[in-house]
Design a protein around this ligand. Sequence first.
Ligand code: SF4
Ligand code: SF4
Length: 330
Amino acid sequence: MNIYHLDNGDIELADWIYRRSHDWVTLIWNVTEKCNFSCPYCIGRPVGHQDRSLENVDPIKIIQAFEDTRKIIKKDIFITLTGGEPTLAHGMVTICKELSHRGFKLDLMTNACSPVVHEFINSVDPCSVSISMSYHMWKLDKDRALYDRYMTNFHTAWNRGITTALKIIASPEIIPTLEKKINKLRVDLPSDAPILIQNYIEGWVWPKAYTREMRDTLLHTMKIRRNSNIAFWDVSGFKGMKCDAGNSLIFMNTSGDFFPCFGIQGLKLGNLMDGNLKLTGNTISCPNETCSCTQHGIWYGKNPWDFIKGQKYEDATYNRFGPGGIKTTE
Ligand code: SF4
Ligand code: SF4
C-alpha cells in the first residue's frame, strides 16, 4: 500500500511518485468507450472517427509495442487506464497482467462492477498497480447486488496489497450529505481505506458553482489531494500556462495515437503500434481554459502559482515542478 503524508497535511496516493518523477512518463490511455453503466453525467471520451482500434490487435503485440516504446523514449511509463470502463476492452486483463510484471506501473480507473474486474485484480502484480474505484451512487445505492460486488472487489484488491481508493464525484447536490454518506460507506470498507473526493472537471461547471459553504464542507471532508483541489477552485484559467504535456505527459486514444494531453489532440506524436512516439522535448503554452489532469491530483503546468490567486511555489505540492516533502508512511 503506497500512501504518502506530506508535511503540509495533504495525503497522496501511489500515483503521485511516478507522476512527479522525471524518470517516468505518465501515459493516460483512453482504452475504450464501452461501459457496463450508463451514468447520466458521463463525460465519456468521445473519439469520433478512428482509423483503427487497439481492441482488434493481438494483446501480445500490444505488450511488445509498450516495451518498444519504453526503449524509444528511454523513460519508464506510468499508465493510467481510463474510458469507458477499461477492463471491458478486449485483452485488457492479459495486457495489464503482463505490463505490471514487466515494471510498468498501472493506475486503473474503474466502476469496479464489470464482469472482469475481479480477474484483473487477481492477476496483476499488486506492487505495480493502483486502483481508483468510482462509487456511482445513482446506481449502487439502489442495487444491492451491484453494491456487494463493488465492496467484494474493493476488499479483494485491498487484501492483495493494491493501493485502492473509493472515488466520489462531488456534484453540488451531494455535498450537504457527503460526510454522512462517507461514514456509511466506511462501515463496509476496510478501515483506513482512502476516499477520494473529486471535482467535476470538464467545463468547470461544478467547481466554479460551489458556494463558500460547499467549499467549507469539502475542505472538512476531503483528506486526500486537498491542495490540488483547492488550487483548482482558485485557478484563473490554464490558457497560457507553460506545460510539460508532450514530454512528461502523453495521452493515447483508442487507436493508439499519441498526443500531448487529452486537451490537445491536434498534435500527433506517433502511434503505439507504429513504434514511433516522439516526445516534444519542450514545454508548450496551454491553449485551454480547463485541464482534466487535475482530476488525477497532479498538474503538469510548470508555473501554476502564477495563475492562482495567493499561491506560492511552496504551496504547489500537487505540481510536478513544485517542492518535495515526501514521507512514506506505509
Ligand atoms: S461508469 Fe464511468 S464511463 Fe461508465 S457510464 Fe458511468 S461515468 Fe461513464
Ligand atoms: S495545462 Fe493545458 S497543455 Fe497542460 S495538460 Fe492541461 S490542458 Fe494539456
